[in-house]
Design a protein around this ligand. Sequence first.
Ligand code: PEP
Ligand code: MN
Length: 334
Amino acid sequence: MIAILKSGVTDQQIENLCSWLKKQQLDVHISRGQYTTVLGLIGDTSRVDTSLLESLDIVQSVTRISEPFKSANRKFHPADTQVCVNDRVKIGGGTFHIIAGPCSVESQEQILCVAKAVQASGATLLRGGAFKPRTSPYDFQGLGTDGLALLLHAKQETGMPIVTEIMNINLLDAFENVDVIQVGARNMQNFEMLKALGHTKKPILLKRGLANTLKELLMSAEYIMAGGNENIILCERGIRTFEPYTRNTLDLSAVPMLKELTHLPVVVDPSHATGMSRLVKPMAMAAAAAGADGLMIEVHNDPARALCDGPQSLTPEQFDDVARAVRRIREAMA
Ligand code: PEP
Ligand code: MN
């Protein structure tokens, strides 16, 4: 349920109303806009006397929210959320950031070489998997905590914030200096993990599951937000369909749909979505044109020898070309 307040209400009036609502066992989420303040009420709102609430002289209107996601709902928080990774990197609310780097961290030379190259081409965050969710147990599983250390070293060398995937919540302490924790597609509905991440303040990159609906993605975001962590970046990375030519099917309509449904930023990963390096550029451009807040792109210094996802990885030169094309799209849209 949301209560839209009249313009000109004082902080004291808002506080009085909030404490009255909290006494009714409701959580109150306050969103202050330029002209109006929206109170989002979470909990069992069935007992709230809507007409009484509506009759208060500071209340403009009261609406019940039918969607099961509340904190993530655009109706609760009309303005875009900006996820602050550091002082310079803020995702959402009109900015555009590219997260780039290898599928997995393989060596110090590899991660440093890729980090410096993508940074020179305009990427503002460095990605790299240390713990890899591989379909086969016989495939390279990532360097684990050694990989994290290499990533942290690359962060120190370049100043780029880092994004890396967590697979085991028991290792959360090892992610202390990771700037953005990625929840991979396969863990999108690992609810215990989502709850634990909700108790941190870390920005979370939440990837859509292989066969999950947008509502399910938003409910997973809601799990994290219910714990108090609102720093969530959603990622469309393709879904499984009957089409075998591409690794997945990029659901681009997810971008404008999510933008309508939620205030959280949305980025697109054209690498996992297509599985083919030559499709990354057109899909990256299309994602920017569709209104995405950023991109996540896999880049490797030697894709043919990559230990993971080589066929979809761009060389640094190809990445530079994609970053330029995306900038042109953004300029054309401005
Ligand atoms: C990744 O980004 O490295 C990854 C494994 O992606 P996804 O979870 O989308 O498959
Ligand atoms: Mn990958």
